[in-house]
Design a protein around this ligand. Structure first.
Ligand code: MG
Length: 130
């Protein structure tokens, strides 16, 4: 992770792009996110079906990389330690959705439709945390 962040920082520096505006990077992240989403417009395939589609997988690789490169560019411009940023947030997500509560084998693999997921999410929204 650190080496990738350093690579992005070097790429920006070499091109004179280290002063990119954070707002432009935020826009770029969302624009690339929309390009990723567009790949799935009008379909709702399973992971297996997506993986079996080589052309789609290549498009996903490209757009996922675009999103993540802009994320790392934001980190570089704002002097954020992206490994730390990601680790801190992942820890919060793990605390928010405890294994014991969610991995009960009684519900499916679609978290967005689970009542318990919605309950936890709504509680966090009420409490003003993410
Ligand atoms: Mg793109």
């Amino acid at each position: 992770m650190h080496s990738f962040a350093a690579h992005v920082k070097k790429m920006l520096s070499e091109r004179g792009w280290s002063g990119l505006r954070p707002s432009d990077l935020a826009k770029s992240i969302m624009i690339e996110g929309a390009e990723l989403l567009e790949i799935f417009q009008w379909d709702n395939q399973s992971p297996e079906a997506v993986k079996a589609d080589a052309e789609k997988m290549e498009q996903i690789r490209t757009e996922l990389a675009d999103v993540m490169i802009y994320c790392f560019e934001m980190g570089a411009v704002l002097d954020l330690d992206m490994e730390e940023v990601l680790s801190e947030k992942l820890k919060k997500v793990e605390e928010k959705y405890p294994v014991a509560l969610f991995n009960t084998g009684t519900h499916g693999s679609d978290p967005g439709t689970e009542a318990i997921y919605k309950e936890v999410k709504e509680k966090y929204r009420r409490d003003g945390t993410h």
